[in-house]
Structures are given as structure tokens and as C-alpha cells.
Design a protein around this ligand. Sequence first.
Ligand code: SF4
Length: 291
Amino acid sequence: MEPSTHRKLFRPSSAPGKEKCGHFEPTISTSPNAVRGTEIHAHLCEAIPRMFTEEKIDPSTVTTPYLRYALSILYQSGVKNITAAERLVTLNDKDGRFVTEGTVDLFGLNEDLELMVYDWKTGQERDYSAQVVLYTLALIQENGWNKAWVHEVFVDQERTYRTAITRELAEERIFKIVENVRNPREHTMNKHCDWCDLQHDCPAWLWERKKMNGIFPMKFTNARSFEDRLAIIKEDPVLLSQFMITWKRMKRHVEKTGIETYALEQMKNGTKLDGLKLAMSSHGTQYIQLE
Ligand code: SF4
């Protein structure tokens, strides 16, 4: 299938984030891990259908761990016939209007003629189920299957999430995401925020920063010191949980800006930063310490 000329409402890979917050915009990673993931993914898409269908290779004889695991999952899942590898599929909304398109890694049929869909994943394990359910619904729309088995296959962790889904359930979940994107409501902090491009200016995160900045000023008088405020927080489980949530979110937010790595590079290059010094860990790596 040729890529369509329609404008995508969102990319299928951003469906997991869009499901939690309609404003989610994925960051594009060019890290070495992302490059490695892309290479492994391409290798899986090329090799697995051939090893399964043409060469009928026994997984126990495969030496590359990610290929061995992916191949063993195909055999265990009971797929009888691989219909296609790396197929471009199109998702329409409930009124038949174009929503998006993307490439499904692999799909086929089992003994009961049920659809079997596979999505290869590398790197850190995250919940990508909305993406693979989206592909599944696109295939269902195309071919009219009523039931499918979706497989999220994490080849690095050697873990697979396998779920049965009907057309009705897939529609309910995916059409809700489509609605979320077309009419986004308030910004909702969620576990995908770390991979969202908007985190820096997002109203939900600005509010967290504001809270942190004041350490809950509405609860305390100006006469109290920072230490007094922390003592009060420690005594109250509700305040303590609010503080810890905000504190942890802020730590992640600051880490994501890469400021520590930047400062380290500056110091390694000879820039003096008052109050800080370079130290050496037992593994021989340099890090920043307070002077
Ligand atoms: S950072 Fe903001 S816009 Fe992005 S997903 Fe989180 S809450 Fe939504």
C-alpha cells in the first residue's frame, strides 16, 4: 500500500501518550539507544518472517538473542500463516474518515482463523498497547475480522504481553483517543510526560513548578524557615505525599533538561563553576561534586 497523501491526525507511535493526554507530542530521540533500536527492529522485520516461513528454523539453534526470542514467540503464539510483514495500514474513524496510517511489523492467522498481530519493541519497556491495538483495528477495518490476538514483544527483556481483543473493544479504545486528540481537554500529567516535547511549557508542569517554588506557601506563614516547613510536611502524610510527588516530578523534569551533563562537559573543558569540583568515581568516570 502506498503512503496516503492525507494529513495524519497523529502518528500511531504517539497513541499511547495521546491516550493519557490529548496534547501529548512525542520527542524525537537520536540517542545511541534509539539508533540501536532502529537497527534491531529492521533486522527483526527482515529476518523473522523468512526464518519462520521459508527456512522453518528451530529457535533453539538461533544464536542472536533477540532473533531467538522473537522467533520462539511466533511458534508459541500458534500463528499458522504469516499474511504480511511490514505492511502499511490505514485507520479510519467511526464515520470512515481518514485518521492515520502506519506500518504494522507482522501479522497472520491462527488455526481458528483469528488475526495475530505482532509489534517488536527494543529498549526500555513501556506500555505501547494503544499503538498495537490501533494497528489491529486498522487491519480489522480492512478485512473484517472479529477477534484478534495482539502481541507486544519486548526483545531485550524477553517479555511478551499477549491480549485478545474484539472489534468492539478496539473501536471503543481507539476512537476515544481520536476524540481526545480532536478535542483535547485539560493537560493530564502521566507516565508518558517524560517523552513529551511540550513538557517545558505545559500548564500541568508549570503548575507543579509553581507549587514546588513556594513549597506549599498557602499552608505556612512567611515567618517559618524552609526547615520548619519541611518538619511540618514530615508530620502530615497528606502533605508528605503531595511534597514527594511534586519533588519527584521536578527532579525528573530537571534531569530531562540535561543541565547536569551540560555542566559536566563545561567543567571537563576547563570552565570553572564556583562551588563545584570534578571528582572521579571508582569506575573511573568523572562527576560533579560540591566543593
Ligand atoms: S507534558 Fe503536558 S502536554 Fe505533554 S503529556 Fe504531559 S501533561 Fe500532556
